[in-house]
Design a protein around this ligand. Structure first.
Ligand SMILES: *[C@@H]1O[C@H](CO)[C@@H](O)[C@H](O)[C@H]1NC(C)=O
Ligand SMILES: *[C@@H]1O[C@H](CO)[C@@H](O)[C@H](O)[C@H]1NC(C)=O
Ligand SMILES: *[C@@H]1O[C@H](CO)[C@@H](O)[C@H](O)[C@H]1NC(C)=O
Ligand SMILES: *[C@@H]1O[C@H](CO)[C@@H](O)[C@H](O)[C@H]1NC(C)=O
Ligand SMILES: *[C@@H]1O[C@H](CO)[C@@H](O)[C@H](O)[C@H]1NC(C)=O
Ligand SMILES: *[C@@H]1O[C@H](CO)[C@@H](O)[C@H](O)[C@H]1NC(C)=O
Ligand SMILES: *[C@@H]1O[C@H](CO)[C@@H](O)[C@H](O)[C@H]1NC(C)=O
Ligand SMILES: *[C@@H]1O[C@H](CO)[C@@H](O)[C@H](O)[C@H]1NC(C)=O
Ligand SMILES: *[C@@H]1O[C@H](CO)[C@@H](O)[C@H](O)[C@H]1NC(C)=O
Length: 795
């Protein structure tokens, strides 16, 4: 500290133009920062921020502000992101009249603050501790702010920085290229804080969810002050009622809110020890909901190992191999003169948002095809079973497509075939990874004019049509969301806040009160005891008190924030957590109908319910493995961890706990072993690599128990699997008899034996010894659902 003071004094007494001086936070009038001198940077007094020239490419520099203490500089503001300057002869100069200019190679003024002072008073440029670069002048003894970087954010908002009707955040064009991209955060004309995709050809709002009414999204249009307050505790509040807190709410970490190059808005906290950033909130948990990622005639896929990806629809090929956002174009060479007819190729499990020119309710597939064939603007249609009828969404553009086994729509793509030509029949979507290496980044076309007003008007039109044709993920997410939040408008708003923030922090006292001093125990397992409790807002909760408090608070919070962000109808929702001293608690929603284990013992579950539980559990696991923000292995799938809601829909509990309870001890195979005997895959025992296939194995065991009503636990290893296989291959190989022999006597004999047979085969497939022979969870979902779809054809 003393040394620091000494240097400060030293720099004060010596004149300011030499580059050998330790960094200061102030630039005096007439002084220059040169691109050629590495030491020409301003450093805030607290050492957190630096301002200076930063290399963004070969002989290309921007003038910007960055976090000094992160792993590699994290840029938070840029003066010239779209026009980098030369590495020689460029400089930043504060003129005596109060103007700050950035000069490129000494020739032209590239950028200026245009901030002349009014009187002949001294001016200075200062980098404040909050990361704000400010030009002030002394006028009549008062410090007057002539210009500040906080008024001109680029892609990042810092705590205490105001966001208003006059400001926007614009994403970078790629992970490595800082120039302006296509995504913008702004207050729209209806006073709502929104994320807008403003691409070269189309533009649309994708957050808040465009198919929700503003009010249902928890926002209001009535407050026209258009202001955001974002404080250093990590609390965010905007005038349209959007409000959330960082998962690590409280004083301490440095934070930033950044509109990332992938179109998602994320709140980050800096880990002081490692210098890495942790996501503590994000606007969208499903990256495929960001518009414009994959371009026309393609669908976005998320999961299956490589994260987000794009694939062309059948009959189309990628337009620009470097850039998915330009989408796919027709792959067929048809001279416009040659005779051709129209055909459709079918893609299942797809949703497409927007651009329908008409919605036909209660239409047959044949009528839909005929109607689309005749129309010149029809590019295809989405065919979907909703509310007891088949509806047809005729599209004028195939954009914002998403492909996932959970989705229920079927897309029929209109294609031309020459009279003798071949129809592309590949229903399978080709999996292609989005190239995230960043090197072949999307190039910015500088002549391109951003056109917010126009773009916004268009997006409003789509917004309204989207609401009219209530569609897409509504069935999957929205409906469930409405159900759980429909309790008057106040609850809707509160429900939204809960869903958006994931979870909140509780005090130990609060939870002690909620559980009546931890009296009503409702379960035990995975490192803790679960108690029933009532929160101050009268919600009934299941509160888990973890035994081990050995994990540090920071790691605990990191894991909790991961779990808190996971949101799926078949996963238990975490409402909050408590980390105080030695106490570690997790607060979950409470399930009325208890666990699958309890229900299997009674005669309560019929076959239809068991099937529904098998499908729902598979969906929840598929989401954990492949679709959520970070991959999560459950590692302890068993009937006790599958809870049932009032409609006997399954919700998986205790996911993510394996990480919380992990104390980093991987040395011996025993400490590594997790899970419950009987449900554990052979990999655990033989000390082989642990992958998502361990959950697939346990899932298969659970399904076998559901079908047979027999318990694996306490029996010889694999007893149940051997027994079912024997029956299946036995002398009585006729289907009728072997299925009847193995099913739980509590299942009604009139159940669909064909369906039971399919489920048995899927379950046996899941419990293969060889992990590579087991299907993925999304494949399981697909196999079970295909069964249902096939059947609905005959109905
Ligand atoms: C509008 O929002 C601002 C900022 O959140 C708040 O201070 C103000 O009270 C709100 N006005 C009304 C009428 O609700
Ligand atoms: C920090 O991030 C770097 C690069 O992303 C990574 O290699 C490193 O393992 C991280 N460190 C910790 C402790 O997470
Ligand atoms: C279309 O024509 C191009 C060149 O004329 C050829 O390279 C390509 O293979 C053709 N594609 C098909 C599907 O016939
Ligand atoms: C759908 O159409 C059929 C025949 O046109 C009709 O019988 C049926 O009632 C309709 N269903 C609904 C829900 O409107
Ligand atoms: C499509 O069907 C609707 C409703 O039956 C009808 O009004 C419209 O004319 C049809 N369009 C074409 C192009 O056949
Ligand atoms: C099919 O042919 C028509 C007429 O030539 C053309 O307008 C349309 O764009 C073609 N569609 C596709 C998918 O190639
Ligand atoms: C991604 O980009 C890198 C660097 O340009 C390249 O080497 C790699 O082949 C690309 N991967 C794909 C799948 O296109
Ligand atoms: C970033 O994008 C701009 C605009 O397209 C381009 O001129 C520049 O070369 C890119 N920078 C890098 C490092 O790729
Ligand atoms: C930029 O885009 C415009 C219109 O889209 C095009 O005419 C122009 O050639 C492009 N410029 C560059 C450098 O690619």
């Amino acid at each position: 500290m003393d040394i620091f003071l000494f240097f400060l004094l030293l720099s004060f007494f010596r004149s300011s133009s030499s580059s050998s001086l330790p960094p200061s936070n102030t630039l005096k009038k007439g002084s220059v920062l040169s691109v050629e001198k590495a030491n020409d940077v301003l450093v805030s007094t607290n050492g957190v921020f630096s301002a200076g020239f930063h290399s963004v490419g070969n002989n290309a520099y921007i003038f910007g502000i960055w976090f000094t203490k992160s792993n590699g500089p994290t840029i938070v503001w840029m003066a010239n992101r779209d026009q980098p300057v030369n590495g020689k002869g460029s400089y930043l100069k504060l003129f005596e009249d109060g103007n700050l200019i950035l000069s490129d190679a000494g020739l032209n003024v590239l950028w200026t603050t245009s901030s002349p002072r009014k009187t002949a008073s001294p001016v200075q440029l200062q980098l404040h501790d909050a990361g704000n670069l400010v030009i002030t002048s002394l006028e009549d003894g008062n410090t007057v702010i002539l210009w500040q970087s906080f008024n001109f954010p680029t892609d990042t908002l810092l705590p205490e920085q105001l966001f208003t009707r006059y400001t926007t955040l614009v994403s970078s064009s790629s992970q490595t290229n800082q120039s302006s991209g296509f995504y913008t955060l702004l207050f729209d004309t209806s006073n709502v804080l929104a994320l807008l995709y403003d691409g070269p050809e189309v533009s649309s709002v994708y957050w808040p969810d465009p198919w929700l009414m503003t009010w249902d999204a928890g926002r209001t249009t009535y407050n026209s002050s258009k202001m955001v307050q974002f404080d250093s505790l990590g609390h965010f509040k905007s005038s349209d009622s959007l409000e959330f807190s960082s998962a690590d709410f409280g004083f301490g970490p440095h934070r930033r809110l950044t509109l990332d190059y992938d179109g998602n808005l994320r709140l980050y906290s800096l880990n002081k020890m490692t210098g890495n950033w942790t996501v503590t909130w994000q606007a969208l948990s499903d990256p495929c909901r960001v518009h414009g990622l994959c371009g026309p005639n393609s669908v976005c896929t998320y999961g299956s190992g490589a994260g987000r990806g794009c694939s062309c629809l059948p009959g189309f090929k990628m337009k620009n191999p470097q850039d998915w956002s330009s989408g796919c174009a027709s792959d067929l060479n048809l001279s416009s003169t040659s005779a051709h007819k129209v055909s459709f190729s079918k893609v299942s499990h797809v949703e497409l948002y927007g651009y329908e020119y008409n919605v036909y309710k209660n239409f047959t597939l044949e009528r839909c095809k005929a109607n689309c064939s005749e129309s010149t603007i029809c590019k295809g249609f989405l065919f979907k079973f909703e509310d007891g009828t088949y509806n047809c969404y005729a599209k004028s553009l195939l954009l914002n497509g998403k492909h996932s086994p959970n989705l229920l729509g079927t897309l029929y793509v209109k294609i031309n075939v020459s009279q003798n030509g071949v129809v592309p029949q590949n229903e399978a979507i080709k999996e292609l990874d989005l190239n995230c290496s960043g090197k072949d980044s999307k190039l910015l076309n500088r002549t391109y004019k951003r056109n917010h007003k126009n773009g916004f008007f268009q997006s409003l039109v789509w917004f309204t049509s989207g609401v009219g044709g209530i569609e897409i993920f509504f069935a999957v997410f929205g409906l469930w969301f409405m159900f759980t939040t429909r309790k008057g408008s106040g609850a809707v708003m509160q429900g939204y806040v809960v869903a958006a923030t994931g979870c909140r922090k509780f005090s130990y006292m609060e939870l002690k009160r909620a559980t009546g001093h931890f009296t009503e125990e409702i379960g035990r397992g995975a490192g803790g005891v679960v108690y029933k409790g009532m929160l101050s807002d009268h919600r009934i909760a299941a509160i888990k008190r973890l035994n081990q408090a050995s994990q540090g608070e920071a790691e605990f919070l990191a894991e909790v924030s991961t779990i808190g962000r996971i949101n799926h109808m078949n996963l238990i929702e975490m409402w909050g957590y408590c980390a105080e001293g030695k106490h570690r608690l997790l607060v979950y929603e409470y399930m009325e109908n208890g666990s699958l284990a309890e229900n299997l013992c009674t005669e309560r579950l019929n076959w239809a319910q068991r099937f529904q539980i098998a499908v729902g559990t598979a969906k929840g696991l598929a989401y954990l493995h492949e679709e959520c923000l970070e991959w999560v292995l459950h590692c302890d799938v068993k009937p006790h961890n599958i809870l049932l809601d009032t409609n006997y829909q399954p919700k998986i509990a205790d996911f993510g706990l394996s990480k919380i309870l992990d104390r980093g001890d991987h040395k011996s195979s025993f400490s590594r072993m997790r899970g419950t005997r009987g449900y554990m895959a052979p990999e655990w025992v033989f000390n082989m690599p642990i992958t998502s296939k361990v959950d697939v194995y346990s899932y298969g065991m659970v399904v076998l128990e559901m079908i047979t009503g027999r318990r694996q636990v306490g029996e010889a290893d694999n007893y149940l699997v051997h027994w079912v296989r024997e029956k299946m291959q036995g002398e009585s190989a006729a289907k009728e008899s072997w299925v009847r022999e193995i099913i739980d006597p509590k299942i009604d004999g009139h159940s669909d034996l064909d369906e039971i047979e399919v489920v048995v085969k899927v379950a046996l497939h899941c419990v293969e010894e060889d992990k590579d022979a087991r299907p993925t969870m999304s494949k399981v979902v697909e196999m079970l659902q295909r069964r249902r779809e096939d059947r609905s054809h005959f109905l």
